[in-house]
Design a protein around this ligand. Structure first.
Ligand code: ZN
Length: 343
């Protein structure tokens, strides 16, 4: 396997500690550098603080179109405003509005995707999309709130922390070569509507979208890994781009080095997870995807999916893995290539 130059730098840097050799550069020049200090800004404490709010009863289970979902989008927007991360829509508008009729009667009303981005300095027109769904299944018939801490509060707060890490790097002079889009999708639970709407009404041209890293449930441990919890399922990484898979695998080994489990990536997997979260709407358009997932558990789609059951140590490690992978994808010399059979 070809070893990447930035990967070698990352490996050396990891061996050498915290970026002693960093040089500050102007934001107009891309210089690959050591991402480790920025990955270190993604912490279990911050993830926990964010998630205890986002998955609290005040958000009423975040059903698409509900008042709880409106609180969720306000929360997400506020984090980007606070971190001075801009929206590609306008200076103050972070919401891609989706009319109620688009949801075919399955929502409580109109809804919104939330979008923010960090513009690249060398190839700003090429974008990496990191996504997670912001909605959940609302309040159950008995009146219990489905907090959706893992599904998908874990993905939501991870993206906020990953964005903050990239913004910190940019502030210190390390502008990414390509642009990074932070996309919080609505209406996943009622049928992947938010991602379908985005891909039908893309804010950045789909042909310039280099890949989609989709995070849906990364804060828990499933039964199969009770004894070996340092894992994550990756789904779809080689389906459209073997190069994406190779990069992802190498970056994991050079950084957090967890057990990447490809059980659910098998084409004949009866769970068909490849088709069941938002990345699939990007894959349909031949955009290479990776779906990050911890598997299902006893609290899946139940009021008991609460923030006290999240393993924050693991959540931190997994969010850092996605950050490192994103860093490589936006900074490598060429965008990842599609496999010949999909060209
Ligand atoms: Zn989900």
């Amino acid at each position: 396997m070809k070893i990447l130059s930035t990967l070698i730098i990352a490996m050396l840097s990891l061996l050498g500690g915290c970026g002693k050799t960093q040089k500050k550069v102007s934001t107009s020049t891309h210089v690959p550098t050591n991402p480790e200090p920025y990955a270190a800004s993604i912490t279990k404490e911050e993830l926990k603080t964010l998630l205890y709010t986002y998955a609290s009863d005040a958000y009423e289970g975040r059903a698409t179109g509900s008042s709880g979902q409106k609180k969720a989008i306000a929360f997400i927007k506020d984090k980007y405003v606070t971190n001075a991360i801009k929206s590609p829509i306008s200076a103050t508008d972070y919401f891609q509005d989706i009319p109620a009729k688009y949801f075919k009667g399955r929502s409580e009303g109109a809804s919104e995707n939330v979008i923010a981005f960090i513009e690249g300095c060398d190839k700003p027109e090429e974008v990496l999309i990191i996504s997670a769904h912001l909605d959940h299944i609302g309040i159950s018939k008995k009146g219990d709130v489905n907090n959706g801490a893992d599904d998908d509060g874990s993905g939501t707060v991870s993206i906020i922390e990953i964005a903050e890490a990239f913004q910190l790097a940019k502030k210190e002079g390390f502008c990414p070569k390509r642009s990074i889009v932070f996309l919080h999708l609505t209406a996943e639970e009622i049928g992947l509507f938010g991602s379908r709407y985005y891909t039908e009404n893309p804010i950045f041209p789909l042909e310039n979208t280099i890949a989609n890293l989709n995070i849906d449930m990364i804060g828990r441990v499933d039964d199969a890994h009770k004894e070996t919890p340092n894992y994550l399922y990756l789904i779809g990484s080689d389906r459209l781009s073997q190069e994406l898979h190779n990069v992802s695998d190498s970056i994991n080994k050079a950084s957090v080095n967890i057990n990447l489990d490809y059980t659910f990536n098998k084409k004949n997997d009866p769970n068909r997870f490849y088709y069941r979260s938002d990345h699939y709407n990007f894959a349909k358009h031949n955009i290479p995807v990776i779906f990050y997932f911890n598997g299902t558990h006893e609290d899946y789609h139940k009021p008991s999916d609460t923030p006290d059951k999240i393993n924050y140590e693991l959540l931190e490690t997994r969010a850092r893995l996605i950050f490192y992978t994103a860093w490589e994808l936006v900074n490598r010399k060429t965008r990842v290539k599609l496999n010949e059979d999909v060209l």
